[in-house]
Write a new protein. Structure first.
Length: 243
Protein backbone atom coordinates (compact mmCIF):
# COMPACT_ATOMS: atom_id res chain seq x y z
CA UNK A 1 0.00 0.00 0.00
CA UNK A 2 2.87 2.37 0.83
CA UNK A 3 4.29 1.77 -2.62
CA UNK A 4 1.02 2.82 -4.26
CA UNK A 5 1.09 6.09 -2.32
CA UNK A 6 4.51 6.99 -3.73
CA UNK A 7 3.30 6.57 -7.29
CA UNK A 8 0.00 8.30 -6.65
CA UNK A 9 1.29 11.59 -5.27
CA UNK A 10 2.82 13.02 -8.47
CA UNK A 11 -0.44 12.36 -10.35
CA UNK A 12 -2.65 14.43 -8.04
CA UNK A 13 -4.43 17.15 -9.98
CA UNK A 14 -3.35 19.94 -7.64
CA UNK A 15 -5.08 22.58 -9.77
CA UNK A 16 -8.47 21.12 -8.85
CA UNK A 17 -7.85 21.14 -5.11
CA UNK A 18 -9.73 23.61 -2.94
CA UNK A 19 -7.72 26.38 -1.20
CA UNK A 20 -8.57 24.87 2.19
CA UNK A 21 -7.20 21.51 1.07
CA UNK A 22 -4.01 23.07 -0.25
CA UNK A 23 -3.41 24.89 3.04
CA UNK A 24 -4.10 21.70 4.97
CA UNK A 25 -1.51 19.81 2.90
CA UNK A 26 1.02 22.63 3.29
CA UNK A 27 0.57 22.54 7.08
CA UNK A 28 0.35 18.75 7.46
CA UNK A 29 3.80 17.52 8.53
CA UNK A 30 3.36 14.16 6.79
CA UNK A 31 2.86 15.68 3.33
CA UNK A 32 5.61 14.38 1.04
CA UNK A 33 8.10 16.58 -0.75
CA UNK A 34 6.99 15.58 -4.25
CA UNK A 35 3.48 16.89 -3.58
CA UNK A 36 4.81 20.10 -2.03
CA UNK A 37 6.93 20.53 -5.17
CA UNK A 38 3.87 20.25 -7.41
CA UNK A 39 1.96 22.71 -5.27
CA UNK A 40 4.83 25.22 -5.36
CA UNK A 41 5.02 25.09 -9.16
CA UNK A 42 1.27 25.31 -9.79
CA UNK A 43 0.67 28.06 -7.25
CA UNK A 44 3.90 30.04 -7.52
CA UNK A 45 2.19 33.40 -7.00
CA UNK A 46 0.10 32.35 -3.99
CA UNK A 47 2.40 33.82 -1.36
CA UNK A 48 0.72 32.58 1.83
CA UNK A 49 0.79 29.01 0.47
CA UNK A 50 4.39 29.26 -0.70
CA UNK A 51 5.42 30.54 2.73
CA UNK A 52 4.06 27.38 4.37
CA UNK A 53 5.73 25.17 1.74
CA UNK A 54 9.10 26.84 2.33
CA UNK A 55 8.83 26.21 6.07
CA UNK A 56 7.65 22.61 5.65
CA UNK A 57 10.11 20.01 7.05
CA UNK A 58 9.73 17.79 3.96
CA UNK A 59 10.28 20.46 1.31
CA UNK A 60 12.80 19.33 -1.29
CA UNK A 61 16.01 21.22 -2.02
CA UNK A 62 14.95 21.20 -5.68
CA UNK A 63 11.76 23.03 -4.72
CA UNK A 64 13.70 25.70 -2.84
CA UNK A 65 16.03 26.12 -5.84
CA UNK A 66 12.98 26.54 -8.09
CA UNK A 67 11.50 29.18 -5.80
CA UNK A 68 14.81 31.05 -5.68
CA UNK A 69 14.95 31.22 -9.45
CA UNK A 70 11.31 31.81 -10.34
CA UNK A 71 9.92 33.39 -7.17
CA UNK A 72 9.86 36.99 -6.09
CA UNK A 73 12.18 38.70 -3.63
CA UNK A 74 9.99 37.88 -0.62
CA UNK A 75 10.38 34.15 -1.32
CA UNK A 76 14.15 34.51 -1.31
CA UNK A 77 13.95 36.23 2.06
CA UNK A 78 11.79 33.39 3.41
CA UNK A 79 14.30 30.82 2.18
CA UNK A 80 17.17 32.85 3.59
CA UNK A 81 15.47 32.90 7.00
CA UNK A 82 14.87 29.18 6.80
CA UNK A 83 18.50 28.59 5.82
CA UNK A 84 20.01 30.86 8.47
CA UNK A 85 22.51 28.94 10.61
CA UNK A 86 21.84 28.57 14.33
CA UNK A 87 23.21 31.45 16.42
CA UNK A 88 23.31 33.84 13.47
CA UNK A 89 21.82 36.59 15.66
CA UNK A 90 24.07 36.12 18.63
CA UNK A 91 25.85 39.03 20.33
CA UNK A 92 28.89 38.45 18.15
CA UNK A 93 26.96 39.54 15.06
CA UNK A 94 26.29 37.59 11.82
CA UNK A 95 28.54 34.64 11.24
CA UNK A 96 30.79 34.39 8.19
CA UNK A 97 28.50 31.67 6.83
CA UNK A 98 25.48 33.95 7.16
CA UNK A 99 27.24 36.80 5.36
CA UNK A 100 28.27 34.44 2.57
CA UNK A 101 24.71 33.25 1.84
CA UNK A 102 23.85 35.89 -0.82
CA UNK A 103 27.11 35.20 -2.66
CA UNK A 104 26.50 31.45 -2.48
CA UNK A 105 22.99 31.82 -3.89
CA UNK A 106 24.32 33.99 -6.72
CA UNK A 107 27.00 31.41 -7.50
CA UNK A 108 24.44 28.61 -7.45
CA UNK A 109 22.19 30.51 -9.85
CA UNK A 110 25.13 31.18 -12.18
CA UNK A 111 26.04 27.49 -12.16
CA UNK A 112 22.45 26.46 -12.85
CA UNK A 113 22.16 28.87 -15.77
CA UNK A 114 25.43 27.58 -17.20
CA UNK A 115 23.98 24.06 -17.26
CA UNK A 116 20.72 25.06 -18.98
CA UNK A 117 19.96 24.59 -22.65
CA UNK A 118 18.52 27.43 -24.73
CA UNK A 119 14.89 26.42 -24.19
CA UNK A 120 15.38 26.33 -20.41
CA UNK A 121 17.11 29.71 -20.46
CA UNK A 122 14.23 31.22 -22.41
CA UNK A 123 11.74 29.86 -19.88
CA UNK A 124 13.83 31.32 -17.06
CA UNK A 125 14.08 34.65 -18.89
CA UNK A 126 10.30 34.85 -19.09
CA UNK A 127 9.45 33.63 -15.60
CA UNK A 128 12.59 34.14 -13.53
CA UNK A 129 13.50 36.81 -11.00
CA UNK A 130 15.57 39.96 -11.36
CA UNK A 131 18.88 38.20 -10.63
CA UNK A 132 18.18 35.57 -13.30
CA UNK A 133 17.32 38.23 -15.88
CA UNK A 134 20.53 40.13 -15.13
CA UNK A 135 22.54 36.97 -15.80
CA UNK A 136 20.65 36.04 -18.95
CA UNK A 137 21.14 39.49 -20.48
CA UNK A 138 24.80 38.54 -20.84
CA UNK A 139 23.98 35.30 -22.66
CA UNK A 140 25.52 34.80 -26.09
CA UNK A 141 22.25 33.54 -27.56
CA UNK A 142 20.17 36.33 -29.10
CA UNK A 143 16.83 34.63 -28.42
CA UNK A 144 17.61 34.33 -24.72
CA UNK A 145 18.37 38.05 -24.45
CA UNK A 146 15.25 38.96 -26.41
CA UNK A 147 13.20 36.76 -24.08
CA UNK A 148 14.42 38.81 -21.12
CA UNK A 149 12.99 41.93 -22.77
CA UNK A 150 9.71 40.06 -23.32
CA UNK A 151 9.36 39.03 -19.69
CA UNK A 152 6.13 40.31 -18.11
CA UNK A 153 8.06 40.63 -14.85
CA UNK A 154 10.64 43.04 -16.29
CA UNK A 155 10.42 46.40 -14.51
CA UNK A 156 11.04 49.85 -15.94
CA UNK A 157 13.91 50.26 -13.47
CA UNK A 158 15.58 47.22 -15.06
CA UNK A 159 14.92 48.61 -18.55
CA UNK A 160 16.60 51.85 -17.54
CA UNK A 161 19.68 49.92 -16.38
CA UNK A 162 19.75 48.00 -19.66
CA UNK A 163 19.35 51.21 -21.67
CA UNK A 164 22.32 52.76 -19.90
CA UNK A 165 24.55 49.67 -20.21
CA UNK A 166 27.39 49.89 -22.70
CA UNK A 167 27.70 46.12 -22.85
CA UNK A 168 24.34 45.51 -24.55
CA UNK A 169 24.01 45.32 -28.31
CA UNK A 170 22.65 48.05 -30.57
CA UNK A 171 19.73 45.75 -31.42
CA UNK A 172 18.66 45.59 -27.77
CA UNK A 173 18.72 49.39 -27.57
CA UNK A 174 16.63 49.60 -30.75
CA UNK A 175 14.03 47.28 -29.20
CA UNK A 176 13.85 49.43 -26.07
CA UNK A 177 13.56 52.60 -28.14
CA UNK A 178 10.72 51.07 -30.19
CA UNK A 179 8.64 50.21 -27.11
CA UNK A 180 6.10 53.01 -26.71
CA UNK A 181 5.44 52.25 -23.07
CA UNK A 182 9.10 52.29 -22.12
CA UNK A 183 9.94 55.54 -23.90
CA UNK A 184 7.17 57.26 -21.95
CA UNK A 185 9.58 56.91 -19.03
CA UNK A 186 11.80 60.00 -19.01
CA UNK A 187 14.69 58.20 -17.26
CA UNK A 188 14.78 55.50 -19.95
CA UNK A 189 14.88 58.11 -22.74
CA UNK A 190 17.69 59.96 -20.98
CA UNK A 191 19.61 56.69 -20.56
CA UNK A 192 19.26 55.90 -24.26
CA UNK A 193 20.50 59.33 -25.35
CA UNK A 194 23.52 59.07 -23.06
CA UNK A 195 24.43 55.59 -24.26
CA UNK A 196 27.07 55.80 -27.04
CA UNK A 197 25.76 52.54 -28.53
CA UNK A 198 22.31 53.97 -29.22
CA UNK A 199 21.95 54.62 -32.98
CA UNK A 200 22.46 58.32 -33.73
CA UNK A 201 19.11 58.68 -35.49
CA UNK A 202 17.25 57.46 -32.41
CA UNK A 203 19.21 59.68 -30.03
CA UNK A 204 18.59 62.76 -32.17
CA UNK A 205 14.86 62.04 -32.10
CA UNK A 206 14.84 61.74 -28.32
CA UNK A 207 16.85 64.93 -27.70
CA UNK A 208 13.80 67.15 -28.12
CA UNK A 209 12.16 65.36 -25.19
CA UNK A 210 14.96 66.16 -22.77
CA UNK A 211 14.81 69.06 -20.32
CA UNK A 212 17.50 71.74 -20.09
CA UNK A 213 19.40 70.02 -17.28
CA UNK A 214 19.72 66.74 -19.18
CA UNK A 215 20.55 68.54 -22.44
CA UNK A 216 23.40 70.28 -20.64
CA UNK A 217 24.70 66.93 -19.46
CA UNK A 218 24.49 65.38 -22.95
CA UNK A 219 26.28 68.38 -24.49
CA UNK A 220 29.25 67.67 -22.20
CA UNK A 221 29.14 63.86 -22.48
CA UNK A 222 32.26 62.96 -24.45
CA UNK A 223 31.12 59.35 -24.59
CA UNK A 224 28.38 60.08 -27.15
CA UNK A 225 28.98 61.03 -30.82
CA UNK A 226 29.85 64.65 -31.51
CA UNK A 227 26.67 65.22 -33.51
CA UNK A 228 24.65 64.35 -30.40
CA UNK A 229 26.66 66.72 -28.23
CA UNK A 230 26.39 69.64 -30.66
CA UNK A 231 22.67 69.03 -31.25
CA UNK A 232 22.07 68.95 -27.49
CA UNK A 233 24.00 72.21 -27.09
CA UNK A 234 21.96 73.86 -29.87
CA UNK A 235 18.66 72.74 -28.33
CA UNK A 236 19.79 73.96 -24.94
CA UNK A 237 20.57 77.41 -26.33
CA UNK A 238 17.17 77.53 -28.01
CA UNK A 239 15.44 76.66 -24.72
CA UNK A 240 17.41 79.31 -22.89
CA UNK A 241 16.57 81.86 -25.55
CA UNK A 242 12.93 80.92 -25.50
CA UNK A 243 13.07 79.89 -29.10
Amino acid sequence: MAKQKVFFLPRIDVESLQPETLLFLAEERSTEGVLLDLMAKYFLTTEHLIQKIIQHPNVLDATLHYLRMFGNASYQEMIKTRSAPPGADSDEGPSAASEALPQMRETNLFQQVQQMNVAEKIQLALKGNKEARALLLKDSNKQVVLSVLSSPRLTEQEVELIASSRSVSEEILRIIAANRNWVKNYSIVSALVNNPKTPVGLSLGFLKILKAKELGGVSKNKGVPEVIRTSAHRLLQMKKGGG
